[in-house]
Design a protein around this ligand. Structure first.
Ligand SMILES: *[C@@H]1O[C@H](CO)[C@@H](O)[C@H](O)[C@H]1NC(C)=O
Length: 311
């Protein structure tokens, strides 16, 4: 960031609200944050220790849980602190690092959802070849590809945005250093940068999203062909929960990063951002894993064994 003009930003966050209201938000978000961490840690532990869950789908789910924990930790601890203190300044380097991690983890999540849809598609449309197509190596390649892709693509974006000239104002009308508020703040000629940034969001958000939709259309077609109604229901319920969580993630993402900027105000962004930074990472473990029969079974097994061994 242009050190010569400004050396820090101020995150306005929710400073327009009264202290009581901010305190209430602080308490609610703290609980949400704890639930997110505990829920995701529980899933990671369960999937790691239970041999029944050593399948590609749960490998990706464990990876997603890990990703969600990192993702919410990029913005929420900082927001929690800002809600109850007066000094809301953030130095340029911190802001750039936060921006980088947010883009990196968001990009990886977009990719990981596409990978998971591909996994479900193969399992349902091509059950006989599933174990050959999605083998151990392929799993690792797909997951690693998502992470490495996120790491490097985000680096370019974060460098581009942090090198924009910031001279007018250092007040960010948001609760963390996100792409739209920073670009809005930049002064001077940012036309090319804006085009590049919207191109990036469109490709990174829309391409995986369309791939996900495409796989679910194919999955639906394949499910309708299943003869047994029980098999149909099982396949459908797994995919319905995936599809719910995927839509919850992509739809706000599309609103904030893909839809042209004049169509909405940054005020709505703040609420949407709260939604995808806090609510989604909290709901995902519930939607994906904990309402899943196999995971519930694994959890019950563990608890029974624990109770028995205590006797
Ligand atoms: C997620 O996948 C990456 C890349 O394969 C791997 O390095 C990491 O350990 C995985 N994390 C979990 C919690 O499974």
């Amino acid at each position: 960031m242009n050190q010569s003009s400004l050396s820090y930003f101020i995150l306005l966050g929710f400073s327009d609200l009264s202290f009581q209201l901010r305190l209430a938000i602080f308490l609610i978000l703290s609980v949400f944050y704890l639930v997110t961490l505990l829920g995701n840690i529980l899933i990671i532990i369960l999937i790691t220790i239970d041999p029944h869950l050593h399948t590609p789908m749960y490998f990706f789910l464990r990876n997603l849980s890990f990703l969600e924990m990192c993702y919410t930790s990029v913005s929420i601890p900082r927001l929690l602190a800002d809600l109850v203190r007066e000094d809301r300044s953030i130095s340029f380097p911190c802001c750039a690092v936060q921006l980088y991690f947010f883009i990196f983890l968001g990009t990886t999540e977009c990719f990981l959802f596409a990978v998971m849809a591909y996994d479900r598609y193969t399992a349902i449309a091509n059950p006989l070849r599933y174990t050959v197509v999605i083998n151990r190596t392929r799993c690792l390649q797909l997951a690693t590809g998502s992470w490495v892709g996120g790491i490097f693509l985000a680096l370019g974006q974060a460098i581009l945005i942090s090198n924009l000239p910031y001279c007018k104002s250092h007040i960010i009308n948001h609760f963390f250093c996100d792409v739209p508020p920073l670009v809005k703040l930049a002064c001077g000629d940012k036309y090319l940068a804006e085009i590049e940034i919207s191109l990036y969001s469109t490709v990174v958000v829309m391409v995986p999203f369309l791939l996900v939709l495409l796989s679910y259309v194919c999955i639906l077609a394949a499910i309708l062909k299943i003869d047994s109604s029980q098999g149909r229901r099982k396949a459908f319920s797994t995919c319905a929960s995936h599809l719910t969580s995927v839509s919850l993630f992509y739809v706000p993402g599309i609103c904030v990063y893909v839809v042209p900027k004049s169509k909405y105000s940054l005020d709505n962004d703040r609420l949407l951002a709260l939604f995808y930074a806090v609510i989604i990472p909290m709901l995902n473990p519930l939607i994906y894993s904990l309402r899943n029969k196999e995971v519930k079974g694994a959890l019950r097994n563990r608890m029974n064994r624990k109770l028995c061994s205590q006797r």
